[in-house]
Design a protein around this ligand. Structure first.
Ligand code: DGL
Length: 268
């Protein structure tokens, strides 16, 4: 049981922010990461499509022996978590509830902002999770779709990124929030630029940290003599993934394998 890996999936490179946090806190666990680089972005796709892709991704990780699935993608978590939990034989964790909990604990004025993809914002998953935890919280949401390609491009602090942040967030800040949930795996890649723009009075909530806390409750971190290994799978463009992943994770990616998606099956 111990050496069965933790499985993480995302629509692309964004979930590496979740991988990074889990790797840091679980140094002895094996981890398999799947980035669906052939079908990214999920944020602008229909609910039906996101559910279908999410089930395929999770099944693939289970075929590789995953003992638990972390749905790093906010869009998948917002759309497909219930179906995944019903269908899969292993525990499935999403990022929305841990992120919502962390936001409620962080906010003093109970005015919380949530930014995410169109799919995540449309689903209202964060606002309902926050309201369930504290009905007195006011939640203000905004889709920021252009942040995803900017993060995928590796433009963390590029001038274009700063202009885009300004365009999306200037009027949004009028809501007087004190907490801002980065409700998309890609956004922590832009965290320094976002924090610089919103200022230090607003606390950014990164769901990668929140979901790792939750994982720790289910799977207490155990010591072992052998350091955990990592496997990365992508559905396309492994060179680009390798480049961005090495930069985000600050490590050399040894095991990176491309898999082809089929109707619920993956062919090498
Ligand atoms: N990973 C997705 C999320 O967290 C963002 C990228 C996409 O649109 O696929 O929502």
């Amino acid at each position: 049981m111990y050496k069965k890996p933790i499985g993480i999936f995302d629509s692309g490179v964004g979930g590496l922010t979740v991988f990074k946090e889990i790797r840091k806190r679980f140094p002895f666990e094996d981890i398999i990461y799947f980035g669906d680089t052939a079908r990214v972005p999920y944020g602008s796709k229909s609910r039906k499509t996101v559910i279908e892709y999410s089930i395929q991704n999770a099944r693939f990780l289970i075929q590789q022996g995953a003992k638990i699935i972390v749905v790093a993608c906010n869009t998948s978590s917002a759309t497909a978590l219930t179906q995944l939990q019903k269908l899969l034989p292993v525990p499935v964790l999403g990022v929305i509830e841990p992120g919502a909990l962390s936001a409620v604990k962080t906010s003093s004025n109970k005015r919380i902002g949530v930014i995410g993809t169109e799919g995540t914002i449309r689903s209202q998953a964060y606002s309902s999770a926050i309201s369930k935890l504290d009905k007195d919280c006011d939640v203000f949401s905004k889709a920021c779709p252009l942040f995803v390609p900017l993060a995928e491009e590796g433009w963390e602090s590029h001038e274009v990124t700063q202009l885009t942040i300004k365009e999306y967030l200037t009027s949004f800040l009028k809501h007087g929030i004190d907490t801002l949930v980065l409700g998309c795996t890609h956004y922590p890649i832009l965290k320094t630029s976002i924090q610089k723009f919103v200022g230090n009075k607003i606390t950014l909530v990164d769901s990668s940290e929140a979901v790792t806390d939750k994982l720790n409750e289910i799977l207490p971190n155990r010591e072992n003599k052998v350091t955990g290994q990592d496997w990365f799978y992508v559905s396309d463009n492994e060179e680009k993934f390798n480049l961005i992943a090495s930069k985000i994770l600050n490590m050399k990616i040894d095991k990176l394998i491309k898999v082809k998606l089929g109707e619920g099956w993956f062919l090498n």
